[in-house]
Design a protein around this ligand. Structure first.
Ligand SMILES: [Zn+2]
Length: 354
């Protein structure tokens, strides 16, 4: 071998070494570069026991850590099924950095077909963060995710859909705060790369859940509070699991990873030019218990004063007609008949800044 070749070989070996991943340990297991590892994290309190299925993907090359949660609400299926596909479509051989993917944060809600809450302790996991290591199972799940997933993440994504009764427009959302311009800007870029038609801006200035001495309540808010760029998605609704929505989530996540420079591919980051920002949302509540007949669907454009639906009593008598209080797109509307006093009937997104 000529000297020049030896020098070159040494040079490339050094380059390779420079980009090789350092050690990454999750739940006591060292994940080797270029591999993935599945975990079933046991969670129990005095009364109940459950587990959290998590996949950790370790790229061969150095890069950031992306935390992703699905199934914080176990009746919200497209992101959960997208997570199952990502087991194959995130390839540790072409990954730069690490992905910690919580497949189903709330397994009892999923297997028990229980919307909104964990049936073991009746708590809503997405109102429980940062959780409590000494609490009930839902509080312990939140604590585990806060301390073992969010705490390790450079970027964070929490994935939802419309629950059993929720007719929802698909969108991404990002956290924004004037004291955290860099994390806010990065989160905005992540939200754009998720490729939904609408992007909700979570304006958090002055909000309790981002204050140091107050609980974050929401999974992704816990990440943002720690200075981590954080986004949410909502994709699909009414407890359905349409393939189109599943693929939309999967493609969005892969494009966002590409945008974050987490993949060794030559594929361009897809840029969408048609999305719209929604910086204000107007929600309207029910004043009655009864039966709701919606006359609009998610995604419909409405004008202030337009009829959105009617609530009757259990004998067919009209109790209330719901009129839109704003112009904009219906982001959410109750999609099944039961309605109770104080529940949100509709949320309208004010289409604003571009
Ligand atoms: Zn949800």
């Amino acid at each position: 071998m000529k000297l020049k070749s030896v020098v070159l070989l040494f040079f490339f070996a050094t380059i390779k070494l420079a980009y090789a991943q350092s050690a990454f340990t999750f739940f006591g297991t060292d994940i080797k570069p270029g591999t993935k590892h599945h975990f079933k994290i046991p969670i129990s309190d005095d009364k109940d026991s459950t587990f959290i299925p998590i996949t950790v993907f370790r790229g061969e090359e150095e890069g950031p850590v992306l935390g992703i949660t699905a199934g914080v609400h176990g009746y919200e299926y497209p992101p959960i099924l997208a997570g199952q596909r990502l087991i194959k479509s995130i390839d540790p051989k072409t990954l730069k950095g690490t992905v910690i993917l919580v497949q189903i944060a709330n397994v009892a809600s999923f297997s028990g077909r229980s919307p909104f809450i964990n049936p073991l302790d009746d708590k809503n996991l997405n109102r429980t963060f940062p959780g409590n290591s000494e609490g009930t199972v839902t509080e312990k799940i939140a604590n585990f995710i806060s301390e073992n997933v969010i705490s390790k993440s450079d970027y964070f994504l929490d994935m939802h859909a419309g629950d059993a009764s929720e007719d929802l427009t698909s969108y991404s959302a990002f956290y924004k705060n004037s004291t955290m311009p860099e994390a806010s800007q990065k989160a905005k870029e992540m939200a754009e790369a998720l490729l939904f038609d609408y992007i909700i801006v979570f304006k958090t200035d002055g909000k309790d859940y981002v204050k140091k001495d107050k609980p974050s309540l929401y999974c992704s808010a816990e990440a943002f509070k720690r200075g981590i760029p954080a986004v949410d998605i909502e994709c699909g609704g009414l407890g359905k699991s349409e393939k189109e929505k599943v693929l939309q989530v999967e493609n969005g996540v892969l494009n966002m990873m590409n945008k974050l420079d987490m993949t060794v591919t030559n594929s361009e980051v897809i840029k969408k030019s048609t999305y719209q920002f929604v910086s204000n949302r107007v929600s309207q509540e029910s004043n009655h218990d009864g039966i709701f007949y919606a006359s609009k669907q998610s995604g419909d454009y409405v004008k202030q004063g337009m009829t959105l639906g009617v609530i009757t009593d259990y004998f067919g008598n009209t109790l209330e007609t719901l009129y839109a209080k704003a112009n904009g797109v219906v982001l959410y509307i109750v999609g099944t008949p039961p309605i109770n006093t104080g529940e949100t009937l509709v949320t309208i997104g004010d289409i604003a800044e571009k």
